[in-house]
Design a protein around this ligand. Structure first.
Ligand SMILES: [Zn+2]
Length: 275
């Protein structure tokens, strides 16, 4: 697997690390209700072969992904996999996220493992001078990344790709709390469109879905679903958003338990960017 090309010019900025302390709504996060159905994956395969099937439990669950198809071997042999448990005291670096999002319409697509929202007009972010084009946004419930061992009710992944193929994923953690009006068009559309592809959201600016602070953890990792490719620059926002109990329940009614367990950090470094 190709390794992420890290900006080696990162410098130390910012002040003390503030840990996330408010973790709510996670008590039932591991409840085994409504496991993801092992339906056909979108992973590429030879034209004459049926796509390898994978799931979040049993014989096709995360512990076996690497055995299910030749192109999935990174899931078991990779040494820079995601998600991870973010340590409590990462080093400080600088490479701010510059969102270039504009109002757009979105279409929902149910992959069988999550619901993706695809923008119908180009969207992008810039990180460290590199522009990454928005691919789609999807979610996991409960969260995939944990922070100092703690999981959240959900985690959203804003997937971006640079011109040379490198991925940058902005992760947004969601705790159960107050109803979040900014997210209502998304949280309404996801359960409504589960199992089908349809127009879902109009006139949404992705920036409105992000927390006020874009301070984030950054590390080099992988896709958290097969083929687990290790070409992902992870940008995990430190401030969780809050979603109402009904909003979380809506996500879980479409797909729940679709979180890969945390993977070994090995010799990777997690840095923190205050911006
Ligand atoms: Zn994801």
């Amino acid at each position: 697997m190709r390794s992420t090309s890290w900006p080696t010019q990162m410098s130390v900025v910012g002040s003390s690390v503030v840990l996330l302390a408010t973790l709510t709504g996670c008590a039932d996060a591991a409840a085994p209700d409504a496991p993801a159905t092992p339906t056909a994956t979108a992973a590429p395969s030879a034209p004459e072969q049926a796509p390898a099937q994978w799931s979040y439990e049993g014989a096709t669950g995360p512990q076996h992904w690497g055995e299910l198809a030749d192109e999935f071997t990174a899931c078991s042999s990779g040494t820079a996999q995601s998600p991870i448990d973010v340590p409590s005291d990462p080093a400080l670096s600088s490479a701010p996220i510059e969102p270039g999002y504009t109002p757009a319409d979105f279409q929902a697509r149910d992959t069988g493992h999550t619901v993706e929202l695809h923008a119908l007009s180009p969207q992008s972010i810039t990180v460290g001078g590199t522009e990454y084009a928005f691919q789609h946004m999807h979610y996991h419930a409960p969260s995939e990344h944990t922070v100092d061992g703690a999981a959240y009710a959900a985690e959203f992944h804003f997937v971006h790709r640079s011109e040379n193929g490198d991925l940058a994923v902005v992760g947004v953690l969601a705790a159960e709390g107050r109803h979040n009006a900014a997210w209502s068009s998304v949280s309404d559309a996801i359960p409504a469109t589960a199992g089908e592809d349809s127009p879902a959201v109009t006139g949404l600016t992705l920036t409105s879905l992000l927390p006020e602070s874009l301070d984030h953890y950054v590390y080099g990792g992988s896709l958290t679903t097969p083929p687990c490719s290790e070409d992902v620059r992870w940008l995990l926002l430190q401030s969780p958003i809050e979603l109402g109990a009904a909003q979380i329940a809506g996500l879980r009614s479409a797909h729940a338990g679709n979180n890969r367990p945390v993977q070994p950090l090995n010799d990777r470094q997690v840095s923190e960017v205050d911006q």
